[in-house]
Design a protein around this ligand. Structure first.
Ligand SMILES: Nc1ncnc2c1ncn2[C@@H]1O[C@H](COP(=O)(O)OP(=O)(O)OP(=O)(O)O)[C@@H](O)[C@H]1O
Ligand SMILES: O=C(O)C1=C[C@@H](O)[C@@H](O)[C@H](O)C1
Ligand SMILES: [Mg+2]
Length: 165
């Protein structure tokens, strides 16, 4: 979900594994030479999803030994979750609504176009809607980490178990 810590956590994990870190939102912005916000406002979500899949495909089929932090919506469009699971090990950070609300309410810069200009009540409604639509994609992830004790150490141990099995 937006604000679940994908970018923060992904960077830590990449450092631990000595892998390259990519943030799909940054890759799209650099590749298209535009802010995601502007793509959304000028061309709509459909165009954004098309570009998102294009850049996801390029990274995931093009390089090895990386950690990729996707956008919250990435797994939910254009069969992206199937592609992710074919080519990599996916991780779902399952963070509570209360914690997401706390984190997203702090985003005053409008970096997240989906929540721009919303008050707390509107954010919680949006989060509930997104979660209801997206959970079925998120739960296809190979590894799920829930609760307050999400750490890179825990994920490293889950990854070991995953590869052992
Ligand atoms: N484990 C954590 N505990 C407390 N705050 C955190 C934690 N992980 C991330 N944060 C904070 O929550 C906010 C969102 O984190 P981050 O940007 O990593 O999420 P994201 O999943 O990448 O969000 P987005 O989907 O918008 O890219 C940031 O302000 C970050 O500092
Ligand atoms: O959850 C989403 O649908 C999005 C999350 C962001 O990271 C961006 O990828 C974009 O704003 C859409
Ligand atoms: Mg992020």
């Amino acid at each position: 979900m937006p604000g679940s810590g994908k970018s923060t956590f992904g960077k830590q994990l990449a450092r631990q594994l000595n892998f390259v870190f990519w943030d799909l939102d940054d890759v799209i912005e650099k590749g298209e030479n535009r802010k995601i916000r502007d793509i959304f406002y000028e061309e709509g979500e459909g165009k954004f999803r098309e570009l998102e899949t294009k850049h996801l495909y390029k990274i995931i089929t093009g390089i090895e030994g990386f950690v990729l932090s996707t956008g919250g919506g990435t797994p939910c469009f254009n069969d992206n979750m199937d592609l992710i699971n074919q080519e990599s090990v996916s991780v779902y950070l399952d963070v509570s609504m209360e914690e997401l609300l706390k984190r997203l309410s702090k985003d005053k810069g409008g970096e997240r176009p989906m929540f721009a200009g919303m008050d707390k009540g509107e954010i919680i409604l949006k989060l509930k809607n997104l979660s209801a639509q997206r959970e079925r994609y998120y739960r296809q992830a190979k590894i799920k980490l829930s609760g307050e004790d999400i750490s890179t150490e825990l994920l490293m141990s889950e990854l070991m178990t995953y590869f052992r099995n």
